[in-house]
Design a protein around this ligand. Structure first.
Ligand code: ADP
Length: 509
């Protein structure tokens, strides 16, 4: 079953801190050598004493035999002495492994016990294997060493017995026991391999985890430093951008005054009696000044928006009037092209909404102006449709659709950037500064809306803006005319040479 780890499953004491781990290891080693091993040793000897006593009790001789008393006394004294030595010597014995030394001594004391117990059965020899078992947890090599040592000790004891008490030598039995003991010892030592492998794996896992934690900590530090640098860079960039916007706002504002002077003066000059050549020169100067003023206005607008100085002034707006006015404004620029300029308004469009009329008009004019600029023939259409209509608000879509040159797919993402033009030669051929769409985007963002574009190279483009407006209650005293089924206003140039006054205009609304 798949079960995710919860906080309760985690071992709160688990740590990878090397210092803490060393400290814990020292504490557990102290507990092992000064408490656990002495206790196990004492219990082991107590059990041996118990077995010896039971054996003596069963015998015919007097109980307790003096030999048993000595054995018990010897066992307990040895266990106490070993415990004392371990306690006093722990951490002070230098290069001598006191515990290992005592394990060897244990073997001698066990042999003495064996000699007493053997009178009951030779099989008590297997008790010696306990020494091997004790070492399994330490590792394969230690267990293997003790398995040999135990067998050698037993064989040594057997040789000693054959001299000391030849009647008890039972060589055949003893050799069988020694062989079995050796094989069992080997088997036990091999089980130590598993323990050792597990321990190595745990060590390796802890080492890997520690290395991972360290590299994570390093990465976290590097990320923190990077974040601080980024924050610093962002702050600097913001300051630079603010300073740039301030500079642009101030200089653009200062430039407008002399530009208006030039425009006014050239208009006065144009109205005065001039030779045809002078008239042409003045017209060129006037057109250039007008273009310059438009550019200054765009720069001023963009820098004011970027500096956060542009606020929206919401008033009650007649959307129909505003849309037709925007079309009217660009009609002048389309007069030299065979283009049909039209605007279609949704019939259910409420008479008034709350908006910032100059800014809304500016956005529509920018889009319409581009559409006309990049369309040589065909049509340019402004559509206002309703996306959502509730009691107090409505979402509208303003679409400007043209049949112009279109925009290549790989360029479409960049056109809303300031001073960005799809084609480098655009300024030369069509004029413009690459600021119109940037201003539209900033204004749409300011109004909480979205602007989108879809386009096909050579087939035309469609820009649309989705905006939310609050409705304005219509004053009862000044009722608007009933909405038409589809409001349409249309301009069409009759010939490339026509002027705005000769163009025909149909207005079904
Ligand atoms: P510009 O002053 O150059 O028109 P804009 O920011 O208004 O600057 O437009 C950026 C660029 O996007 C234009 O130079 C043009 O390449 C492209 N563009 C904008 N509108 C259209 C359109 N209706 N059709 C084709 N290209 C367009």
């Amino acid at each position: 079953m798949n079960r995710s780890t919860t906080a309760a499953d985690l071992d709160a004491s688990f740590t990878l801190d090397a210092a803490v781990l060393v400290q814990r290891k020292a504490v557990s080693a102290r507990r092992l050598y000064t408490l656990q091993i002495p206790i196990v040793r004492a219990v082991g000897f107590a059990v041996l004493c118990g077995i010896a006593a039971v054996q003596d009790l069963r015998g015919d001789a007097l109980f307790p035999q003096p030999e048993l008393l000595w054995l018990v006394l010897g066992n307990l004294s040895y266990a106490a002495l070993a415990a004392l030595l371990l306690r006093l010597g722990h951490g002070r014995s230098g290069r001598v492994d006191l515990s290992l030394l005592l394990f060897h001594l244990d073997l001698l004391v066990w042999l003495v016990n064996l000699h007493h117990l053997e009178q009951g059965s030779l099989f008590f020899a297997y008790f010696l294997l306990m020494r091997v078992v004790d070492q399994v947890g330490v590792g394969f090599r230690r267990a293997l060493y003790f398995s040999h040592l135990v067998t050698a000790a037993y064989l040594g004891y057997s040789v000693w017995m054959s001299f000391y008490d030849p009647a008890q030598s039972f060589w055949l039995d003893r050799l069988g026991i020694a062989t079995t003991m050796y094989l069992l010892g080997l088997y036990l030592a091999v089980t130590g391999l598993v323990t050792e492998r597990l321990r190595n794996r745990t060590r390796q896992a802890v080492r890997t985890a520690r290395a991972l934690v360290e590299s994570l900590a390093q990465k976290a530090n590097a990320l923190e430093a990077q974040a601080a640098e980024l924050e610093h860079a962002r702050h600097q960039a913001e300051q630079a951008s603010f300073a740039k916007s301030q500079f642009l706002a101030v200089t653009s504002h200062e430039l407008r005054t002399p530009m208006n002077g030039i425009l006014g003066a050239s208009e006065l000059l144009m109205a005065s009696p001039l030779t045809p050549m002078q008239q042409r020169y003045v017209q060129v100067a006037h057109r250039s000044a007008t273009a310059m003023l438009a550019l200054i206005d765009d720069v001023l607008d963009l820098s004011r928006i970027e500096a956060g100085k542009l606020t929206l002034n919401l008033t009650s707006v007649d959307l129909r009037a505003l849309a037709t006015e925007a079309v009217d404004l660009v009609a002048v620029t389309s007069r030299d092209k065979p283009i049909t300029l039209s605007c279609e308004l949704a019939p259910q469009l409420p008479p008034r909404v709350l908006a910032d009329p100059p800014r809304l008009r500016q956005m529509l004019v920018n889009l319409l102006h581009n559409a006309v600029k990049f369309t040589d023939r065909g049509s340019v259409r402004l559509e206002v449709s309703i996306l959502e209509d509730t009691q107090s608000a409505l979402r509208l879509r303003f679409s400007v659709i043209d049949t112009g040159i279109g925009i290549a797919d790989d360029k479409i993402d960049s056109i809303f950037g300031a001073f960005t033009q799809v084609d480098g030669s655009s300024t030369r051929r069509h004029g413009g500064s690459g600021l119109g769409l940037a201003i539209v985007k900033e204004l749409v963002d300011l109004m909480g809306g979205q602007v989108h574009v879809e386009s096909r190279l050579g087939a035309g483009s469609r820009f649309w803006i989705d905006l939310q407006f609050e409705k304005v209650a219509e004053p009862a005293t000044n009722p608007e005319p009933a909405p038409p089924t589809m409001a349409t206003c249309r301009y069409r140039s009759s010939s490339p040479k026509t002027t705005s006054s000769t163009r025909w205009w149909s207005k079904k609304c």
